[in-house]
Design a protein around this ligand. Sequence first.
Ligand code: PMP
Length: 426
Amino acid sequence: SASPLPADTSLLDRRRHVLGRHSPLFYDRPLHVRRAEGVWIEDTDGRRYLDVYNNVPHVGHCHPHVVEALCRQASQLNIHTRYLHEAVVEYAERLVATFDAPLSMAMLTCTGSEANELALRIARFVTGGQGIIVSSFSYHGNTAGLAAATTGLPAPEALAPHVRAVEIPDLTHWQGEPAALAARFAEQVADAVRSLQADGIRPAAMLFDTLFSTEGLPAVPKGALEQAVAIVRQAGGLFIADEVQPGLGRTGDHMWGYQAYDLVPDIVTMGKPLGNGHPLAGLVTRPDHVDAFGSKALYFNTFAGNPVSSAVGSAVLDVIEGEDLQGNARRVGAHIQAGLQRLASRHDLIASLRGRGLFFGLELMRDGRPAAGEARRLINDMRDRGVLISRIGPQDNILKMRPPMPFSIADADLLLSTLDSALSDL
Ligand code: PMP
């Protein structure tokens, strides 16, 4: 395999010194990056890497249309958000138009964490409850409230007394009937509701990533999520769909991950890809929920939805539509699934294929055990071969691939052939 030049150790040392040694960095030999374009990232030695990991540069790194919109608005006016300005109204109108009724009002934030925190506050106002149900391996943000509901990455803090976790059903290695697994999940959700109630806590919300990204992209039985949501609603709680990772056309078949199910969430939260790297996030919900919250509480966010952020958000939507990136995710995603299938037939290490559209994974197992060490080596080896991927899941053995949306068939073929060689040489 190729052997790139050593990482810039002096910058690494300075980083450790000023940011601390726990500030996370990818790879055994961290990548020192300089510029990027489309699906390619260039390091300081001028070497190019195929980006099969980053969903923040959703419409492609440094997309000229987005950069131009950002620069144009930044040179005209940027200001906090309590003045009248077209850009935020236009962006919010375009954003809510991509959702199903009755999700017709938006509240903007700067991060996914803020969006989820705000969604939980709204759920508490609307329901009068405090209880939260999450999945048993999930991440929704870095605030105090969300850290007390984090069951997955990184090391979980103590769960708050008002939080219950349920295990997301996965058909991948399930031998029985799908309906039986769905029923088992429904029973767990009902147990979580009863357990909250037994402690005198009314459920406020169930908060799930609709693709279960952190959980490792499980194959959820048909109807299981719908049943769980019905149970929570029956008990007075809301369903909050976290679309920070699945959203904005990535799954190919749908604009939003929840649209693969037969339901409409009460609140949808969004983040990472909305601003193509510019901090733009938010939620959409029903007007009556916005009113119920707004009549009692003030929500003000200095930066969220400022003219520059809104111009950027609209430019991202322009590119998604103009370049048919959702269609691209569907077409290239199908090509990738077929390619991964061929890899699985050649490499015993691959235990299952996951995901859809431009969000996909490979589960690695050796002798019936999760192959986390192999996954780690493979990711580092792929980096040395010039392809950037990562891993996820409770066992850290699922390769995580989620490239910028203009990922082409040729890019996919390069990924597949590189994976094939790296797996052969492992
Ligand atoms: N929800 C999910 C599903 C996420 O993956 C993340 C970020 N990894 C967040 C919320 C938090 O978003 P942010 O980092 O923008 O606060």
